[in-house]
Write a protein that binds this ligand. Sequence first.
Ligand code: CP
Length: 314
Amino acid sequence: QKHLLGIEHLRPDEITAILDLADQYVDLNRRDVKHSDALTGLTQINMFFENSTRTQASFELAGKRLGADVMNMAMQASSIKKGETLIDTAMTLNAMHPDLLVVRHPHSGAVDLLAQKVNCAVLNAGDGRHEHPTQALLDALTIRRAKGRLHRLNIAICGDIAHSRVARSNLILLGKMENRIRLIGPPTLMPSQIGEFGVEVFEDMREGLQDVDVVMMLRLQKERMDGGFIPSEREYYHRYGLDAEKLSHAKDDAIVMHPGPMNRGVEIDGEIADDINRSVIQEQVEMGVAVRMAAMDLLARNLRAERRNQPVEV
Ligand code: CP
């Protein structure tokens, strides 16, 4: 693959290859000296048109630990503010010969469009409601390490499915790896085309969580509700917030996940989020660095192979 634009473009064996390499980077990241030369000599530019803590920090750390020259574009201070288009901005940066471009954008499809205009590898760090592929990969690695496998698990994805690129990428990935997926949430927060994914849908948390191995909570994404129905936080927590009583319907060893940023007392009870016997939320963050290292390492190998096969331009 030249780019990492979405899970929909990856085969199961490619997903496994990324996770296997990421496992090696978890070991590297736990050492005193966290350095590899996998990206030495390459330039990585991070362009985030939407706020981020986890994804931006982990892509930056991942690039630096692999030896890349990393530049974070301050998009709020860029010429986008003067009316320059996304494509013109990308073409401008492309003329500076980056090798890896990491892009987050509020519009679905924007990162795919940009990838068609540049000649470096592009990684999607989240585009609108469409995809967040490295989030799904880090979630998959977290599940595989906690459960010892990534197939035939009962996995519940709960909450605001309709506006979530995390849910969409996870649905695709976990489906490709042959897991049984349940979606739990109010009908107002379910996508209309959910039938195409072949999953079970529940309106009731207690019913949906029955005997699941993995409970994946989602944030209420008010910024994407475009003036539509926004549930009251109090009512939402009562019906869909994960607390000890609702979690008791899952398997005794079920793990609790949340991609962050989380709203305690809205999607999840703070004590559940901090319970080290159930919650793997901090592991998800740790896996995020390793997965992004693996993804960039593999794309860089493909980029170098492609360049070796091209005649040198003079
Ligand atoms: N999970 C996630 O994408 O978090 P950030 O928005 O902080 O990057």
